[in-house]
Design a protein around this ligand. Structure first.
Ligand code: BJW
Length: 232
């Protein structure tokens, strides 16, 4: 069975990672729309670095939850027939056992040189970063996709959505495009669609099947259903 899974901040919420648009979603009084733009970074790089440095440091205190672990089990069963796309920049899918995660909005543990485009693994604060090791220019920034920038891996995602038999969206509000449009695209190409979210998302009416509750319960149950179908 060919499956595309899209995850958002809600899958990491029970691990202790705050979401963006729930009650605790503000960071020091800023909405994500105010700090996650190239314009915000150009105007005040210190504030934007502190936002990402704090989130990178917080990774050390969180662990994957049963939803991440269940998706790793799905990967072991389906192999290349699963495309796991996450909007999250944390590494909880990998720590839960997934090995082939497409991070469409980038990763906290990577730095991007705005001058030459080089990427390098990154741990610790970036606010004090020196110059890029490749081009020597002091232009390192978080390797994440801000509003107005093009998400990563779009060709691969689009191709997988066109071939998918099942599209499952987990823990995302459906407020941010292009991810919010995946359900309609997959459905138009014949996929069954399922939403697993704490509450109905903005796009809940586009899903053939919408289940509401905590990801730590809904995801393992859904994975068990898929696995019994695959193994039948
Ligand atoms: C639980 C739970 C539990 C809680 N269990 N569930 C006008 C109309 C349409 C589009 C646009 C427009 N104007 C501009 C645009 C485009 C723009 C956009 O979408 N803007 C919107 C504001 C409308 N998009 C872009 O600019 C994107 N680029 C683009 O479109 O390029 C053009 C292009 C596309 C394709 C091909 C070629 C060209 C880029 C978007 C980048 C978004 N970046 C961020 C920051 C990334 C780095 C970082 O993490 O800091 O990505 S913003 C932020 O939002 C982050 C997230 O990945 C993203 C989505 O958030 P998410 O994951 O949905 O979190 P929440 O908090 O919103 O929702 C959590 C959900 O979980 C809630 O529903 C809870 O109920 C639930 N939940 N606990 C299950 N225990």
């Amino acid at each position: 069975m060919r499956v595309v899974v899209l995850t958002g901040a809600g899958i990491s919420a029970e691990s202790g990672v705050p979401t963006f648009r729930d009650a605790d979603g503000l960071w020091e009084g800023h909405r994500v729309e105010d700090v996650a733009t190239p314009q915000a970074f150009d105007a005040d790089p210190g504030t934007v670095h502190r936002f990402y440095d704090a989130r990178r440091a917080a990774l050390a205190g969180v662990e994957p939850n049963p939803a991440h672990v269940a998706l790793a089990e799905l990967e072991r069963a389906l192999g290349p027939d699963l495309l796991l796309v996450t909007q999250n920049i944390d590494d909880l899918h990998e720590r839960g056992g997934s090995t082939a995660v497409l991070h469409m909005h980038g990763r906290l543990l990577s730095a991007l040189c705005a001058e030459c485009g080089a990427r390098c693994p990154w741990e610790g604060p970036m606010i004090t970063a020196g110059p890029c090791a490749l081009c020597g220019v002091a232009a390192l920034r978080p390797d994440v996709v801000w509003f107005g920038e093009v998400p990563l891996g779009m060709d691969r995602i689009q191709a997988a959505l066109e071939r998918a038999e099942v599209f499952c969206s987990i823990g995302t509000s459906g407020a941010v495009y292009p991810a919010a449009g995946f359900v309609q695209y997959a459905r138009a190409h014949g996929a069954g669609t399922v939403e697993l979210n704490l509450v109905p998302s903005e796009g809940t009416h586009h899903f053939a099947d919408a289940r509401h509750g905590p990801a730590s319960q809904l995801v393992p149950a859904w994975v068990d259903e898929v696995l019994s179908e695959v193994r039948a």
